[in-house]
Design a protein. Structure first.
Length: 447
């Protein structure tokens, strides 16, 4: 490759989960430290980072078509962007990307992106650079301070997965479970609050597997971390995602009843309602043990909103087993859910299992599941009518004077008045749709 002029603008395109969004922000902060600015809306950037997701579907093909599009857009604009591929596809298929896509200068995995600036120097010199090492915690120590962002911020506290669900690629792309140290997280949370965050969502592939030592040297789990973060002045709300049922401990459950800043919302994927399927997925829990766990949360926090992830069409799934999934949806009465068609991931045990399900069967099951989930979501929203709650203002609405924010139960709420992004506004929930609610402002702003 020919040497290039150093980039002055960048754009990060993040796909997939919130952890990728967090990583994308942090890569941006690294570049900003180097004086590289976000490209203005509508302009081609000098450096484009495709921050990819490998969890489902034809992830790699999508990356190649995105690269092709970038090269074409660059040619039309009369410049050649530097292209970096980051994220989980980079981790899983870095070598192939370098071999197949000559336009790519940098391939960087999710545990190595703190070394992006050096890789960029090499790329500017005309070299191609690949780094898919997994140096565990080193990345976080090497990142710059948090930049100012919106009122709701992400904070990665845990990464990786040791569970090896048979459908999932994450243990291979993100590596083993690691927890960031307690003190680093308290500091980063304080910095986020100083930069304007009112709400922090703690992130991890198995966030509730987080463990560490508190300021007094005592072992503590996520509940202890949440209790400490709740002491930060100016931080109004704490959330966390994604949890695994087997990593729940009593202290975290109790925190939901005791810590006012911990929002009444829990994302706890179950994936299937059938014990046979759960076993084949290597989930290591049953439908019943999951339901018992949900009961414990409801006992300490009766209004808790529950959300989950589901996979339909796992190899061998029968119609009766799918019916068990619909049954668990009815039993839990979720406030929201994510549901997916099973997608065979290369290298995972389920990809070579017998009984792969035909696409039309998967389509049909997904549609029925989503319809059922939608009914419960709508019912949950309707049951919220009349409740008085705080809404964190996140952005302006479509109409003049209209604002959008989130209720404690993570519902989208729109309302009117003289407010600003980051305000906590007390509203009464007045009307409910399937995906959002209308609020009437009830009290003055708690900025
Ligand atoms: N196919 C379909 N969905 C998957 N998920 C993870 N792996 C797969 C796969 N191979 C879903 C699970 C998980 C969510 C993040 O993505 O439901 O909880
Ligand atoms: Fe995608 Fe999973 Fe990687 Fe997130 S962790 S980017 S969802 S493969």
């Amino acid at each position: 490759m020919k040497p290039q002029t150093p980039p002055q603008t960048y754009r990060v395109k993040s796909f997939g989960c919130q952890m990728n969004v967090y990583d994308g922000e942090r890569m941006g902060e690294l570049l900003a430290e180097r004086g590289i600015q976000p490209a203005p809306e509508g302009e081609e950037a000098d450096l484009v980072i495709l921050n990819t997701c490998h969890i489902r579907e034809k992830a790699a093909e999508k990356v190649y078509s995105d690269i092709g599009r970038l090269v074409k857009a660059g040619e039309e604009a009369g410049k050649k962007p530097l292209i970096a591929v980051a994220g989980c596809v980079a981790q899983a298929e870095g070598e192939e990307i370098m071999a197949r896509a000559p336009a790519v200068s940098i391939v960087v995995g999710p545990q190595a992106y703190h070394r992006l600036p050096e890789m960029l120097d090499r790329a500017v010199n005309g070299e191609r650079a690949t780094d898919t090492d997994m140096p565990a915690i080193a990345k976080f120590d090497a990142l710059p301070a948090r930049a100012k962002r919106g009122p709701s911020a992400f904070l990665t506290v845990q990464e990786g997965c040791d569970k090896f669900c048979t459908y999932c690629v994450v243990p291979y792309t993100r590596g083993a479970e690691i927890s960031r140290p307690f003190s680093h997280l308290v500091t980063e949370a304080q910095k986020l609050v100083e930069a304007g965050a009112k709400e922090i969502t703690l992130l991890g592939q198995n966030v509730n597997a987080w463990e560490g030592e508190d300021e007094k040297g005592r072992r503590t789990g996520l509940g202890g971390l949440i209790r400490r973060l709740a002491e930060i002045d100016g931080l109004a709300r704490i959330r966390y995602t994604t949890s695994h049922p087997n990593d729940m401990d009593e202290d975290l459950i109790a925190a939901h009843g005791e810590v006012a800043k911990l929002m009444p919302y829990l994302h706890l994927p179950v994936q299937s309602g059938s014990d046979r399927v759960l076993k084949a997925m290597n989930r290591q829990h049953t439908a019943d043990s999951y339901l018992k766990l949900i009961e414990k949360f409801r006992a300490v926090r009766p209004d808790i909103a529950l959300s989950g992830d589901f996979i339909v069409g796992f190899p061998g799934e029968t119609e009766a087993e799918f019916a068990d999934t619909l049954k668990i949806v009815d039993e839990v009465r979720y406030a929201a859910c994510f549901s997916f068609k099973y997608s065979p991931r290369p290298g995972t045990p389920a990809a070579t299992m017998d009984g792969q399900i035909a696409p039309d069967v998967m389509d049909d099951r997904l549609q029925r599941l989503q319809q059922r989930i939608g009914q419960h979501q709508y019912a949950f929203n309707q049951a919220s009518i009349g409740k008085r709650c705080e809404v964190l203002v996140e952005r302006k609405g479509r109409h003049p004077g209209q604002w959008l924010g989130k209720s404690p139960w993570l519902q989208s709420v729109h309302f009117e008045g003289d407010h600003a992004i980051g305000d906590l506004v007390e509203v009464t929930l007045a009307e409910a749709g399937p995906n959002s609610l209308k609020g009437m402002v009830a009290a003055a702003v708690r900025a």
